[in-house]
Design a protein around this ligand. Structure first.
Ligand code: GDP
Ligand code: GDP
Length: 453
């Protein structure tokens, strides 16, 4: 069976590259602020709804004024659009539906390939009204997402999975596992991207220096993969590679502007976009502050894995009480990110710093974990039996099956009659069960519900 091809199309600057990045789960495409920056077309293979899918981004092929669009299309994007098993037609819900969108929409309808209409930039419910306008394109219901903030993406993935032509044969778990091995084998020794965050004075710089060794700092940071953040290469004692996403520059600017609180949040979001695992450095003498929890919530929202480094352990007097206070508060305040590993260490003396990277590895593995559909459904049946779904508006909620749509972070989709009406407390029950049964501590878990008829 051929791998199905999904092509992302739309006028310049609607967020095609950003969406491409979101779907493949990597920051590969260059996201531009100005329209018309030419980029090479990108293509990647990733897993959506339990199967391998090729995704192509047509950004860079579409920089033609609308009147010459079809002409240009024939040469570039048209070829790939004709081959598409599914086209994601992206519009910008902030800018609204513009003439080029309408023109392109008409062209796409004539092309006759399956299309999903995606209204991007809807974070914070902005542009919902324009998204409704998108109905006028005659391409069905607009799916609301924010590529930049990662909102609506797992739901979009479920829609993609549903819209693709069915595979020739039913996928078996063996196939899925094989696909996983293939994905893992593609990139041996790919560095794990790590970012160190925390309040001012928690000891971030000291810890970074400690991890890198003194000599590294003398040579200074090397320019890294992106223009928004720099990365520092790092190896653990087993020779495994890491890239430390450095936010020092952003932090310094925050100090100068004396807007520490505001900037550190902004800087955290920025740095997190390039990281896979976040190390939250907490000053153990000072204890856990609201600002620490605020950063942790951002980590959850951005879907990253997290480890807490409880620093300045050398200066703590009552260690048992301190450890307990921090762990309790984390568990209570971060229901969405339970079981975060807490590593007590001292960046200044170096004590227990060697325990940090193994903990990072562990949550990274959890974050990447894939669970087979059969194992999931054995659990699901049991979980529904032990605690049956409630009635919603007097009607029985029938949940039928669950599958893992993506990893990084683990994202599951539950299908069933009126499943989208599943109440919040039942959703939470299932997430907690998933976390406990499949051992998923320290990572956000996404669970989507999709109604079937
Ligand atoms: P493309 O030309 O269609 O590939 O668009 P890009 O992915 O390069 O994005 C164009 C601009 O829109 C960039 O400045 C992005 O940061 C921004 N952008 C992309 N997605 C979103 C989103 O979900 N919300 C907001 N507010 N901006 C976005
Ligand atoms: P940053 O603002 O988070 O980068 O924090 P720094 O690395 O600049 O550290 C802030 C202060 O905490 C400095 O005076 C450090 O010497 C001190 N500090 C950092 N780590 C430790 C530690 O493990 N133990 C103790 N006692 N002090 C530390």
């Amino acid at each position: 069976m051929e791998t199905p091809l999904v092509v992302i199309a739309g006028r310049p600057n609607v967020g095609k590259s950003s969406l491409f990045n979101r779907l493949i789960g990597r920051r590969q495409a260059l996201v531009a602020d100005q329209p018309g920056l030419t980029r090479d077309r990108q293509e990647a293979t990733c897993r959506i709804g339990g199967r391998m899918v090729r995704i192509a981004d047509t950004a860079g092929l579409e920089e033609a004024p609308p009147e010459s669009l079809s002409g240009r299309m024939r040469q570039g994007a048209a070829t790939i659009l004709e081959q598409a098993d599914l086209i994601l037609f992206v519009v910008d819900a902030r800018a609204g539906i513009l003439p080029p969108d309408a023109h392109f929409g008409t062209w796409l309808r004539r092309l006759g390939r399956p299309v999903l209409l995606v209204a991007n930039k809807t974070e914070g419910r902005v542009g919902y009204a324009n998204a409704v306008d998108a109905y006028s394109l005659g391409l069905g219901e607009p799916l609301l997402v924010s590529a930049e903030h990662g909102e609506g993406i797992s739901s979009l993935m479920a829609d993609i999975a549903a819209a693709l032509p069915p595979p020739a044969t039913k996928i078996r778990d063996e196939d899925v596992e094989e696909a996983e091995e293939l994905t893992a084998a593609e990139d041996p020794g790919k560095p794990l991207k790590l970012v160190i965050l925390g309040r001012p004075n928690a000891g971030k710089s000291t810890l970074v220096n400690r991890l890198l060794g003194e000599d590294r700092m003398l040579t200074g940071p090397e320019p890294g993969i992106t223009r928004d953040a720099i990365t520092l290469p790092l190896h653990d004692i087993e020779g495994r590679a890491y890239q430390l996403v450095d936010t020092a520059g952003l932090r310094r600017r925050a100090r100068v502007q004396n807007e520490i609180e505001k900037m550190s949040t902004g800087a955290s979001i920025n740095a997190m976009r390039f990281a896979e695992v976040v190390v939250l450095v907490v000053d153990a003498v000072d204890g856990l502050h609201d600002q620490d929890l605020q950063i942790a919530r951002l980590v959850e929202r951005e879907g990253r894995a997290m480890v807490v480094a409880l620093n300045k352990w050398d200066a703590v007097e009552d260690r048992d009480a301190t450890r307990k206070a921090v762990s309790d508060r984390l568990e209570r305040s971060l229901a969405q990110l339970k079981g975060i590993p807490v590593v007590t260490l001292s960046a200044v003396t170096g004590a227990s710093v060697h325990k940090l990277l193994p903990a990072v590895r562990q949550v990274y593995a959890t974050w990447n974990k894939r669970i087979t559909t059969s194992a999931l459904n054995r659990w699901f049946e049991d979980a529904l039996g032990r605690h049956p779904p409630p009635n919603v508006s007097g009607r029985r909620l029938k949940l039928r099956y669950v599958t893992q749509a993506t990893a990084r972070p683990p994202t599951f989709v539950v299908f069933g009659t009126r499943a989208e009406g599943t109440p919040e407390d039942y959703r939470r029950y299932l997430v907690n069960e998933l976390r406990n049964i499949f051992d998923l501590p320290g990572t956000p878990i996404r669970l989507d519900f999709r109604g079937t008829v």
